[in-house]
Every structure is written in C-alpha cells, then in structure tokens.
Design a protein around this ligand. Structure first.
Ligand code: GLC
Length: 745
C-alpha cells in the first residue's frame, strides 16, 4: 500500500481513539500536514490544478501521476470511479475533487436563483439546494459552484439571473441558506457538496452591465454592500470561494491581495479553498495585468488563489517561479493544504467512489417541491380583478413563445436538467381546463422570444375573439440570459409587444405571464394587460405552478428582489440609493410636459430623467396577492439604543381581503445624517407571514444595531450614534409605511 494510503488508513484508525484533548481541528491539521509533507513538488502543483473533462485515457494518465487535483464537467460515473482508482493508486494517493455547476437544481430544476430570491423564503433556497446536492452527489459530484452572491443592480447584466438580487440582506440570507442546503448537516456526508461563494468580488457591478467589464468599487462600497453576502457565507461555513473575472479599480480579483488575503483570510479567518474562475488566471494577460503565464501564476498564488480552473499557468510556471524565488514553496504548501483540507472535510479520503446503484431517477417528491418553489417565486405585478380566473370564463386563448417551452422555462445554467420532466403552462392549462370543462385554444403565434414573424397574428386575433379570456405567455428565451449575455435593451424581444397590443384590441381580458432571467422593461405591457404575473425562469414545474396560481389553487406570494425599470436607460437601478443634494420630488416636469419653445431655466433642477421620472416601474419588495393586508399599531421596546443592542418592534398585520395568503412585511432603516452620505433606506429585516382572511397577527421584527455599521469617514466599520428613521412597509416605496425614529447613543 502506498505510503500516503497507509498513512490515511493509520490516521483514520487513530482518529477514532484520539485522546479527548485532540479537537477536530488538530486532527484535521495533523492529517493535512502529514499528507502534504509527503508530496513531491509535481504532486503539489497537480493538486492546485482543476481540469475540465477530456478523453478518459488522457485524464487517466494525469490522475495516475497524481497530478489531478480537481475535475470539472465529468458526469460519467464509470469514468469518475476509474479516475479515482488511478489517483488513489498514485504516489500522492489523494482523491480527485469532482465539480459541476449545479446552480439551481440537477435533474430536477428549481427557479433560477433570482426566482428563489423572489420567494423571500430562505427555506426554499435551503431545501432546493439540498435536493440538488442529493441528486448531483449520486453522480459523484461533490463540489458545486454556487451560491452566486454577486449583488446585482443592473438588469443589462445577464448574470443577474444567477443572483439573489440587489439587496445585501436578501442575498446574504439566501446565500447562507443555499450553503446549508448544499453542505447539509455535515460536509463529509456523501450526499453533501462543497458550496462555493462566487464571484469574489464585485462582478455584479460590471460597468454598463457588460459582462466581464471592469468595476470601480471603492473600499466603502465593497464593505458596505458587495462584501456583505460573502462575509455571511464564511459565517455559514461555506467551504470554497471563487474569484471573479472583473478587475476592480485596476486589480483583477484573481490576484487581489486585499480581497483574498486581507479580507478573506486575515479578517474573516476563512480556512477553505479558493479557486479561480474559468481561465481567470491566464486571462490576467488579456487584462494587461500580467505579461505572461508565469507572471499570472505568480500574482495569483501570492494573492492566495489556491487552485487554477482549466488554464495551465500553475502547471507551466510554478517550478521556475520557485527557482527564481518569485514564489515561496511555503505559499504553495498553504494552497495545497487548503485543497487537501477541503477534500478531508468532504470525506473523500475514506469515500471517494460513486456507488452505481444510486443513480435512481430523482424522486417525484423533488418535482413536487419544484412546483412549490415556483409558486412561491411568482410575483403578481398587476391584477384588475381578472385573476384568479372567474367561474364565468368558459373559453381561454393561450398564446406566446413561452407557453409551451419546456427548455426555456428552466432558465440559464441548466446542463443536467431533465427537460422531459419539465411541465409547461400549456400542458398544465390543458389539464385544468379539461377538468373544468373550459375550452382552451392554444396558438404559439411567435415560436421563440426573438421571433419577429407576425404572419400568425390575424389567425390569433380571430381565435382570441371567440374566447372569454386571453393568456399571453412570453418573456425571454433562457439562452438570452446568463453568462456573457448582456443586453443593452431590456424590452421584450421580437414581436411580443406588438402581439400584446394586437391582442388588446380584441377587448377581451388579457393576462400577461412573463418568464425571464432578468427584470425586463414591461412598461407598455403592464399598462395594457389586465393582469401581469412575473416568473424568473420557474424551472421544471413552472407550468403547473403558474396554472394553479391563475386559477386560484394557490395565491401569489412572490416579491421583487430587484427593481423593475421603466426604460433600459435607468440601469443600474436599485432602491438603496443616496438622497443626493437635489432629490426628486415626484412632481418633476416630464419630457412631454415641457412647453414648446420653453426658455432656459434652472428652476426645479432635481435628480430624475425627463423621459422616465425617478424610480422603478415596480420597486424592490413589491408584489401583489389575491388578498390585501393592513399594517397598524407599530410598537417598539424603546427609542434609545447602544451600539451593541437589538432593536425589536412589533405591529398588527391584518388580512383585509377574501383569500388566505402570505405577506412579506419589511423593516427599513435610514440614518438621518451620517459622517458619509448613506442610502435613504436599507432593508434590515423581513418575514413571510401567513394570515387567514379576516384575521390579524402581531408580527415582530428585529435587527441588531451592529447591522447598521458602515465604513465611515474615518474608514472605520462602525455603527454611528445619531438619529435613525425606521419604517415597516409592504415594499421599498414605503407607501403607507408605519414609521418612527430611534436614536443610538
Ligand atoms: C464560468 C462562470 C462560473 C462557473 C465556471 C465553471 O465561466 O463564471 O460562474 O462556475 O465558469 O463553469
């Protein structure tokens, strides 16, 4: 038996009878140190390399030499076991870490992360991630590159689809829940996967929303907004981090010592593994930040990037860099220890193989939960009393490019999703309508979201005129969202808007169902549709979920995790903005109100757009139900707090409508004045509350005064004394909010 394997076996034997003073960390560190101390330099470099799947023979040669630290995108379990055997038989004896992008489901596909965020229910993030881990791990996948924690405030950026939206609290809580789902109760359970907090950091602020573009975030913006979800991920025990493609203020994240050493390791005490993004090490040459592979490897390793994904700068350069004393072997050893530690925590040394018997089809119960999550994610933006579908509706005309698009409704980042188990809105409506003896006529009219062919419009109109209700199902093909798919124009693609306008001319009640990977511009559509239901690509069971909502078998409860724009030019768009010295009043003169031949004036100059006013079409936190809610009687325990205190408030929430339903009361705070300008309001707490019709509940919300800390004028991250506003509201517009002031002494 190889030295390493013998050692592993010995270690496992002794670990169980270690004396009680030996805590887990000591055992772990002793194991890791002992494994790494016996590796050759080649084997160390091998551990720092992640390969993407190629021909099995080629991979087996690398594995047999003990040079394959990790493998991405291999899903053949026979190959995985063959490679594991080769790796374990090698001198290093270290198993391979098998990775895959399991972002929002594996075989069973859940709503895209932006949809999960819209549930405002962290249990959906946790449970869906857990199911994904159970479905993926039986195929040998033990490392997923999720959750994506990029604060996303620009809908032009295609990757907003993968994010949990614009707000640091929502992104942090959803991220923590996802980590707990993926990693389970214990990381060394074979059904757990190492989670990966990505992309560290600031990628969502890519200038102009153009993917991979530079960012210019100050340390204040990083610490007050963009770093928060990643700090939460470390606290939740996230095992790995991934560096982001962007250069921030001139420094690519993959070699950013401030991020990877000062913040992640020194301040947050992170002990897991940092992996680059795909070729982001070698791409520092494209950035013009490195002259060649050797410099890229040197800068990345010295900054603390443990593993290189796919590009080969480490493999090609580490030896020479050590000889040239441009990197220290101790630094290499630290990288390798982090990687071996992650493998140890995953239990790979004792359980590296995939059991072929496990590849049972994912349970029907997983699909049932996919439907529940899609239902909870749906956001009702408008409803002129046409929903739920009334009893007098005896015929429905269904049309649009996403009505029967099983692949598109799954959304972006779906490699392994079982499209055959994806149920569309058309299929679901057929089932409901036949059960309720309602005539359903379906014509796609447009075959995909970019389709400009209007030749079927007249046939559609003729059919629609014979029906009592029209349902248009459109939005965005999944391929138009996600990585490298930025859009400068956020209108509905193709002839969708024209079709909606044409359908409106029939005079029939018109329901818009939108499935998309981002906030689209729906200004005209929201104006002419009688009801509008937004679903961020809802996943495998999007059809039944939406159909049940339309027919009132479920009540909409989703809320916007991102702001919906009036026009594309408003981007980036988010609620937590600073007031400015000339805040908009809401009574500004808009483009078409300006008199012709108007003279120059400097009166009324405030911060707004002549052609879009100020603010979103629908704001962060907004969403309708089939019922209504009333907030009353805000009470707080006190009005003065210390900087280390908990603010607790309670209020009465009443369901004043005709349906039982969920509400999402939100608590916002804003400092009246501070040492630096601050957002007018920031979400501090929220809760999803179920209230039966006609009933009331006392709801309590709380946050700690340390949550109010920010990087102040002295570059200290502290909670500042002073007066604060507090609002309890149904969304970030703060309309009809309950409010009070409190003071921190
Ligand atoms: C991609 C993405 C990253 C993903 C990785 C592996 O380019 O940026 O999110 O996990 O490569 O597929």
């Amino acid at each position: 038996m190889k030295k390493i394997n013998f050692l592993v076996a010995l270690f496992i034997l002794t670990a169980g009878c270690a004396n009680k003073t030996d805590n887990t960390d000591n055992l772990e560190n002793r194991f890791v140190d002992s494994v790494v101390s016996r590796l050759t330099l080649d084997e160390k470099i091998g551990q720092m390399s992640q390969f993407t799947a190629v021909k099995i023979d080629e991979m087996e040669n690398i594995a047999s030499a003990g040079l394959m630290g990790s493998l991405l995108n291999e899903i053949d379990t026979v190959n995985i076991n063959r490679l594991q055997r080769a790796a374990i038989k090698s001198h290093s004896g270290i198993p391979i870490l098998i990775a895959r992008d399991v972002i929002h489901g594996y075989k069973t596909v859940f709503p895209i992360p932006l949809g999960t965020a819209a549930t405002f229910d962290t249990s959906v993030a946790r449970i869906s991630s857990r199911i994904a881990a159970e479905e993926a791990s039986v195929y040998g996948i033990r490392w997923t590159f999720a959750p994506m924690l990029d604060i996303s405030r620009d809908a032009r950026w295609g990757r907003i689809a993968e994010s949990f939206g614009e707000d640091p609290l929502v992104v942090s809580l959803m991220g923590e829940a996802s980590v707990k789902g993926f990693q389970g109760q214990s990381l060394n359970n074979p059904s757990s996967m190492a989670a990966c907090a990505k992309h560290f950091c600031g990628y969502g602020a890519s200038e102009s929303g153009r993917d991979y573009n530079s960012t210019y975030l100050t340390e204040r913006q990083l610490r007050n907004v963009y770093l928060k979800p990643f700090a939460a991920a470390v606290k939740s025990g996230c095992e790995t981090f991934m560096t982001s493609f962007n250069d921030n203020d001139g420094v690519p994240s993959t070699a950013n010592q401030f991020l990877l050493r000062k913040v992640l390791r020194d301040e947050w005490k992170f002990t897991g593994t940092v992996v680059s993004d795909w070729s982001s090490v070698s791409e520092m040459i494209n950035h013009g930040f490195c002259a060649d592979e050797a410099e890229a490897a040197m800068k990345a390793i010295n900054a603390g990037c443990d593993m290189e994904m796919v590009s080969q700068c480490y493999n090609h350069s580490i030896k020479q860099l050590i000889d040239q004393k441009k990197i220290d072997i101790k630094t290499v050893d630290e990288c390798v220890k982090n990687i071996v530690r992650t493998k140890y925590r995953l239990g790979l040394f004792t359980n590296p193989f995939v059991k072929s018997s496990d590849q049972s089809a994912s349970a029907e119960s997983n699909l049932a939960y996919a439907k529940i999550s899609a239902q909870k994610a749906a956001i009702l933006l408008k409803n002129n009393e046409v929903l739920p579908v009334k009893n007098n509706i005896k015929s429905i005309f269904l049309c649009g490019p996403l009505a029967d698009a099983p692949g598109d409704q799954l959304g972006t980042w779906v490699f392994d999703g079982d499209v055959s188990r994806s149920v569309t809105l058309y299929t679901a409506l057929k089932n409901i309508c036949s059960a309720q003896n309602i005539k359903l006529i379906y014509q796609p009219v447009l075959n995909y979201s970019r389709d400009k062919n209007t030749s079927d419009f007249s046939k559609a109109i003729n059919a629609a005129k014979t029906c009592d209700l029209i349902i248009f199902a459109g939005g965005e093909e999944s391929i138009l969202s996600g990585e490298a798919h930025s859009l400068a124009n956020l209108q509905l693609q193709g002839a969708q808007s024209d079709l909606i306008k044409t359908l409106k001319q029939t005079g029939k009640p018109l329901v818009g169902v939108i499935m998309a990977g981002r906030p689209l511009v729906l200004t005209m559509e929201s104006d002419i549709c009688d009801a509008l239901l937004l679903n961020f690509h809802p996943g495998s069971m999007g059809g039944p979920a939406i159909a049940d909502l339309l027919f009132g078998k479920a009540v909409p409860e989703g809320r916007l995790p991102v702001s919906m724009p009036r026009v594309s030019g408003q981007q980036p768009l988010y609620y937590a903005v600073n007031r400015t010295g000339r805040p908009a009043s809401g009574k500004e003169t808009l483009l078409n109100d300006i008199p012709i031949n108007a003279g120059q004036t400097s009166l009324g100059c405030t911060s707004y757009f002549l052609d879009a006013g100020f603010g979103p079409l629908f704001c962060f936190g907004y969403g309708l139900s089939y019922t209504t809610f009333d907030y009353k009687n805000l009470q707080s325990e006190k009005k003065e707090y210390s900087t280390v205190d908990t603010v607790k408030v309670k209020f009465t929430l009443t369901n004043t409508g005709d349906y039982d339903g969920y509400c999402v009361p939100q608590l916002y705070t804003g400092k009246v004045s501070a040492s630096v300008t601050r957002p007018v309001k920031e979400l501090r707490a929220f809760k999803k509350v179920f209230v039966k019709k006609g009933e009331s509940k006392i709801v309590d919300l709380a946050f700690t005064t340390s949550d109010l800390a920010f990087l102040n004028i002295d570059n200290k991250f502290e909670t500042e004394a002073g007066d604060y506003n507090l609002w309890i509201a149904d969304d970030s517009s703060l309309q009809n909010a309950l409010s009070e002031r409190f003071t921190i002494k």
